[in-house]
Design a protein around this ligand. Sequence first.
Ligand SMILES: [Zn+2]
Length: 272
Amino acid sequence: MAADLECPKCDGTTWITVESPQGPVATRCECFQRDERESPYATLGLPPRFRTATFDNFSAGSAKEDRATYNTLIAALRIAQNFATEFPVCAQKGLLFHGGSPAKMTHLAAAALKALSDRGLSCFFCDYQELLQALRSRHDTEADASAHAAEISARIAQVDVLLLDSLGSHRRTEWVADTVGGIIRSRYNHEKGLIATTSWPLEGTRSALARERSGFQEMGVAPSDPETLAERIGSDSVWRLIEHCAPVSLRVPSRGRPRRQSAQAPPSLPKS
Ligand SMILES: [Zn+2]
């Protein structure tokens, strides 16, 4: 669906074609910079694709064509809307979107973040991979990057609601597990808002922990096929996450279709 208010010059695409001596060239429409400056969401850190995401323009498809998908997505939409209205006066201080297409999950998460921002809460969107890269540069003590990383660290510690998008999308290392574990633990301990999306299954937390305890790490053997969120970020983090955040499944009940997600890698980007 189209953005709420489309620019007549570019029809909301933010690109226009202008003539040049070399022929037509696509350039940014003036509405792009203006929107960037004037948007009340400019400081949320939302990626361009999801800046216009709202609850109103979330598409659940057609109930006539695919009722199971429609019902699943509408149920997820309602949970996200209620959370965005009630937080922080609610039992669980976050949402964990899982089991659906990355685009649908991020759309709902971004829409919730904007609705919370409308209510005056400080909010921040973090792409999981980009966040780890930024923090990693600090870990590696590159001076320039370090200031940037320090700024991000301070921000994710302070905001009322943090959105971690594509949780678990980075290959697990001890450093990754420690870093994300620290962020989730901090949110949990201080009862701060956390919205996360993940393409990795939540199942298998118990068996992942059992495998960890059986000592494959001490033996220097990595799990051959990391297949659950617990194996991507650590089972302690997942347990804390599930306690802190209400899980919101976007997985459509299958009708005889083999859809064992845990047996394969999650859908890859781009999120469209
Ligand atoms: Zn425009």
